[in-house]
Design a protein around this ligand. Structure first.
Ligand code: UFG
Length: 330
């Protein structure tokens, strides 16, 4: 059985759906930001906290867990700058509790959700796993700390792991059952689409004086189902023993500026956006774009969704939520 911590959240809930094709799945989530409705009903659901040893012990004693996937984290760059303690408690301290309890129960396979934010302001145009890490915000710092802890553990004790550094996850499940539902929403694509649906008055572009072609930040947007598929390959590599430790970047290899994303949303929806330019947001690097050659070459991962398709699935999802206010508010 595979334990998915944070399986009620945006990325975790999509991974659960892919995992269920071949595995039994148990989800642990405290529903602080995740949603009970997002958890596929074929998975076992436990409402609990990964920072609570008793919750973990109860779970590890009751179920035979082969591997743990860990998605439960605070993940907002801007928030981490103003509230770093929340990030070190939720992302580092709780993860240590989890890893320590896993060792007590001889659970030795771990997939860790890390982030492009570990690179800080990258020294190259196209980031690879060899690009030096140098986070410029507490969120990236907190994830890198756990990566370093995992590296030390794996040398000393029985702990095999894959670190997956996500670039900008976006889009929704093809079936329209689940998608991005943060409260409050801070991410670019849902904010643009909610504006185009009439739920927000305007879109504010956070900074137009970056050293990029059009002055706005460039990011590498990756469909959440493409991300989910990478987790399955990583898990298989740990289970079949072809990898004991590995770190992979997950992106499309293509950078789009904030302005280009807005234009693509206008194209997908056929609607015109009202855009204003605001100040830079704290902790934002100008450009984050990755090569995903390493995971392609080693595990055979390919991406299927273009930016157009990412936005198209997100648009279908946002439109469906208009008809279901419960999903918007819970
Ligand atoms: N942006 C705007 N206006 C908005 C919202 C966002 O201009 O209303 C800009 C941001 O400043 C940034 C870009 O759009 O330049 C993307 O912002 P998001 O908030 O959608 O995503 P981030 O790049 O800040 O962060 C996301 C995840 C992080 C992860 C990072 C990796 O939230 O967890 O991608 O690149 F680390």
């Amino acid at each position: 059985m595979i334990l998915v911590i944070g399986g009620a959240g945006y990325i975790g809930s999509h991974v659960v759906k892919v995992l269920l094709k071949t595995k039994e799945v148990i989800v642990l989530d405290n529903l602080s930001t995740g949603h009970r409705w997002a958890v596929d009903e074929r998975a076992v659901f436990v409402n609990g906290d990964l920072g609570n040893v008793e919750d973990l012990k109860a779970l590890f004693s009751s179920y035979s867990i082969d591997a743990v996937m860990h998605f439960a984290a605070s993940s907002l760059v801007g928030e981490s700058v103003v509230n770093p303690m929340k990030y070190y408690l939720n992302n580092v301290s709780s993860t240590l509790t989890l890893l320590n309890t896993m060792l007590d129960f001889n659970i030795d396979k771990f997939i860790f959700s890390s982030t492009a934010a570990t690179y800080g302001i990258p020294t190259t145009d196209l980031i690879t796993e060899d690009t030096p890490t140098n986070p410029i915000n507490p969120y990236g710092q907190s994830k890198l700390m756990v990566e370093k802890i995992l590296a030390d553990l794996s040398k000393a004790v029985d702990m095999k792991y894959v670190v997956l550094r996500y670039f900008n996850a976006a889009g929704a499940h093809q079936t329209g059952e689940i998608g991005e539902a943060h409260n409050p929403e801070t991410h670019l694509i849902p904010i643009i689409l909610q504006h185009l649906l009439g739920q927000r008055e305007q879109i504010s572009v956070f900074g137009s004086d970056y050293e990029t072609e059009d002055g706005t930040c460039i990011r590498d947007y990756i469909h959440v189902t493409d991300l989910a598929n990478a987790h399955i390959l990583a898990l298989d590599a740990l289970i079949n023993g072809s990898k004991n430790t590995a770190t992979y970047n997950l992106g499309n290899g293509l950078g789009y500026s904030v302005k280009e994303v807005i234009e693509m949303c206008e194209k997908v929806t056929g609607k015109k956006a009202n855009v204003v330019t605001g100040d830079r947001r704290l902790g934002d690097p100008a450009k984050l774009v990755t090569s995903s050659d390493k995971i392609h070459n080693e595990l055979g991962w390919n991406t299927e969704y273009s930016l157009f398709e990412i936005i198209n699935t997100a648009w279908e999802w946002e439109k469906s939520r208009v008809d279901n206010l419960d999903l918007i508010n819970n």
